[in-house]
Design a protein around this ligand. Structure first.
Ligand code: 13P
Ligand code: SF4
Length: 377
């Protein structure tokens, strides 16, 4: 049996292809920013209304600068649903581009500039593994109606599984509403894959004493008795970027910067969220800084690119990374090198579609149900 703890995951991640340009034709690998920017602009001009570029808040400056919309995964899924462009170029990770493909019309094409951009947390709950766990969990509580909810950070097959079992998808901005929706229809929630978002949401709903964790990698980490006793069962997945933050970081930043306040993402550990002043999705983090008074100091507990964007966009506010130089960027998001953006756009201008994300038809329909339920909660 494979066991996985934080240390193992970080070791695995050090082997993750980092910043690789090897999938690019050689002439694109060495483009400098000054060569690339006018080429991207020219391609976008040429494509006009045919293409829309969406950029997640964690993308690099050189991507968000070219995006028509920048936002969190919920906002971007709504933008994708509203878009009528033929091509949706997604500056984000695979699961977000898959969701865009599910939500957009069949005659729209979703393009992910680099196929290497896969979120490790989404990979922690594979549909086959969840199928096996579902059999054990439902057998442990045969009289309970269990509703599976998956975080947006999961693959289309898992979203389809949740829909098939009467469940839905949520993002970090609507997880509490998705839980409420589920408890109106069932007795228990199985939440996948992020245990921290699950625990933080349970706390927000006053259900913190109702949580059990299901560790699929550890036979001792799945206790059927706990399933019977608990109303919320959290899959033991996590994001290594957010799990890095500790309550000591919060304490330290307040000690080093008098009057500093702290805003963190709900993928952070419970004790970090508890110590912070504000918790919320990446768009809540942006709003916190947008509405701060000039001269205020805010430390940010999330992916480092968003902190850097906020420093650039709001020089009137002192914006600090919560754990200083130890704050991480997301390896998966970072795979979207701007040279890939230049390549996919110029290929489109030349009439060639590259890196198309297409979800299988059967999964698309069911995963679409799970996403529609989310957009309605
Ligand atoms: P948001 O839902 O806040 O966009 O976050 C997505 C994500 O991947 C956070 O790690
Ligand atoms: Fe996945 Fe974490 Fe990156 Fe978000 S920040 S895409 S959860 S690895």
């Amino acid at each position: 049996m494979v066991t996985m703890d934080t240390a193992d995951i970080e070791t695995d991640l050090s082997l993750f292809k980092y910043d690789t340009l090897e999938q690019l034709p050689p002439e694109y690998r060495t483009l400098s920013e000054s060569e690339r920017t006018p080429r991207i602009e020219a391609a976008l001009d040429e494509l006009g209304d045919e293409a829309v570029v969406l950029g997640h808040n964690y993308q690099r400056r050189e991507i968000v600068e070219h995006a028509d919309f920048v936002g969190d995964s919920y906002e971007l899924s709504k933008r994708a649903a509203e878009a009528d462009a033929e091509y949706v170029i997604f500056g984000g990770v695979t699961f977000m581009a898959e969701s865009a493909d599910i939500i957009t019309d069949d005659d729209q094409t979703v393009i992910l500039p680099s196929m290497e951009a896969s979120c490790p947390m989404a990979g922690m709950a594979e549909a086959l593994q969840v199928d096996a766990a579902w059999a054990e969990i439902t057998a442990a509580a045969p009289d309970a109606e269990i509703i599976p909810i998956t975080y947006m950070n999961s693959y289309a097959d898992l979203k389809a599984f949740c829909a098939s079992q009467g469940g839905l998808v949520c993002t970090s901005s609507n997880a509490h509403r998705a839980f409420e929706w589920a408890f109106e229809r069932g007795d228990k929630v199985l939440f996948l894959p992020d245990k921290h978002l699950g625990e933080n949401t349970a706390h927000r709903l006053g259900m913190e004493d109702e949580v059990a964790t299901w560790d699929p990698w550890d036979p001792a980490g799945k206790d059927p008795d706990e399933v019977v006793e608990s109303d919320i069962i959290c899959w033991d997945g996590y994001c290594q970027v957010h799990e890095r933050f500790t309550a000591e970081h919060v304490e330290q930043v307040r000690e080093d910067h008098r009057g500093a306040r702290v805003v963190v993402h709900p993928e952070c550990r419970r004790e970090v969220v508890e110590a912070a002043d504000v918790v919320g999705s990446t768009s809540t983090i942006c709003e916190t800084i947008e509405t701060a008074d000039p001269g205020e100091t805010w430390a940010i507990g999330t992916e480092i690119h968003l902190t850097e964007h906020l420093q650039r966009w709001h020089p009137e506010v002192e914006v600090l990374p919560l754990c200083g130089d130890a704050c991480m960027d997301c390896n998966a998001m970072r795979q979207i090198d701007p040279n890939y953006l230049a390549w996919v756009l110029e290929e489109l201008v030349a009439g060639r579609e590259r890196n198309v994300i297409e979800v299988a038809a059967d999964e698309k329909e069911l995963a679409g149900v799970a996403l529609e339920r989310m957009l309605e909660v």
